[in-house]
Design a protein around this ligand. Structure first.
Ligand code: TXA
Ligand code: MG
Length: 346
């Protein structure tokens, strides 16, 4: 299949979005930008189109997709029995990097929800995403744009390597603003429970709903057989092929010393470091992902860096962690999974 590439960042002609929107409606796949990461979209009400997403990504059909909407009236076509707490969260965080799990209506195909009676819903704030969904006129099912297991696509160069000729359209809007996927929340017994941390933080959710919980599987490894609230938690994700270890200490001297100890043990290694430590490591290669107190910058860089490192053919990738507060929770969740929970705290 030939992919039509639309360079929207250089030619922001709305006709492209009308064309891609109507292609979506008629069953085609479109890679499109959102403020978090790029998505591979299909008409979320068309089972055949949705199944093509799973094929293109090599995704297990038991892992459900998010439906992306552009206006509140679309919400009521796909979800029902929305509680007061759920409404509060929706009003506070739509549009934005926030996904909520709701009771689904029967119009939502089983392929989207992997047979669950719930559906994940998000209203992105990126203007290209909004125009595209508006033009399609239907909710758009879209997982992150990457081959399953790989880091989510945050720029078109990375995405082209994996997904060119597997979709009908690619819309390039430059690098994503946030760089990490949306916060996924399910309200359980009236308490918002974070199933995947993201830009909307636990602190912000608590402020709106009065309470918040973080599901234990956000930080614990679970096996294929574990019963999880969100199927995506079970899968290997974000992982380079090279073995990785994540190291964190609240004391920076200890952190640097520990990483250098690991470098000494495995000289053919690479360090992913925060800016202020980048000159402190005795390693062959050091990648800087941003200043440790600039979590926005680290979020933006984390996936593209994880994609680069395999090319260096080292025996070990050592990653400097950050404090698990605010956006740091989301960053550490992705890094832990990239390292397959190989974690040292010192
Ligand atoms: O920022 C994002 O959320 C991006 C952009 C494209 O919107 N999308 C994204 O989709 O990250 P994906 O498919 O890569 O991750 C969706 C996560 C998966 O972990 C999936 O298991 C979970 O949401 N999920 C989807 N539907 C669910 C449901 N009904 N119940 C529980 N978890 C669900
Ligand atoms: Mg994904």
């Amino acid at each position: 299949m030939e992919t039509k590439y639309i360079n929207f960042k250089e030619n922001s002609n709305n006709d492209f979005l009308i064309e891609a929107g109507s292609a979506l409606r008629s069953g085609k796949l479109v890679i499109f930008p959102t403020e978090t990461v790029y998505g591979i979209g299909a008409n979320g009400l068309d089972e055949t189109a949705v199944k093509r997403i799973f094929e293109a990504k090599g995704r297990n059909p038991d892992n459900p997709l998010i439906l992306h909407i552009v206006k509140m009236s679309m919400l009521d076509t796909i979800a029902q029995n929305i509680s007061t707490v759920e409404r509060k969260l929706i009003n506070a965080f739509f549009p934005g990097p926030f996904t909520i799990i709701l009771n689904k209506k029967s119009i939502v195909p089983n392929a989207v929800t992997a047979g669950l009676d719930t559906v994940a819903v998000r209203m992105p704030s990126n203007s290209v995403a909004k125009e595209l969904i508006l033009s399609a006129g239907v909710p758009i099912a879209a997982p992150s744009a990457n081959i399953s297991g790989k880091p989510s696509g945050t720029n078109i160069e990375d995405i082209k390597c994996e997904l060119m000729n597997k979709v009908e359209y690619i819309i390039d809007d430059g690098p994503c603003n946030i760089g990490l996927e949306s916060t996924v929340v399910r309200v359980i017994d009236g308490v918002p429970t974070i199933l995947r941390p993201g830009k909307i933080t636990a602190e912000e959710i608590k402020e709106v709903a009065g309470s918040v919980k973080i599901d234990k599987n956000v930080f614990e490894k679970c096996s294929q057989n574990t019963k999880v609230l969100s199927p995506g938690m079970k899968y290997r994700h974000y992982a380079p092929n090279t073995k990785c270890v994540l190291v964190y200490s609240p004391n920076n001297d200890n952190l640097v010393a520990k990483i250098n100890e690991l470098v000494e043990e495995t000289p053919n290694s690479l360090v992913i470091s925060c800016l202020e430590n980048a000159d402190s490591f005795h390693s062959k290669y050091v990648f800087n992902i941003g200043q440790s107190d600039n979590l926005e910058e680290i979020s933006k860089n984390v996936f593209s860096t994880l994609r680069k490192v395999d090319a260096y053919h080292v025996d070990l990738i050592i990653i400097q962690g950050v404090a698990q507060v605010g956006l740091g929770l989301a960053i550490m969740n992705r890094l832990l999974r990239a390292c397959e929970y190989n974690y040292i705290e010192c």
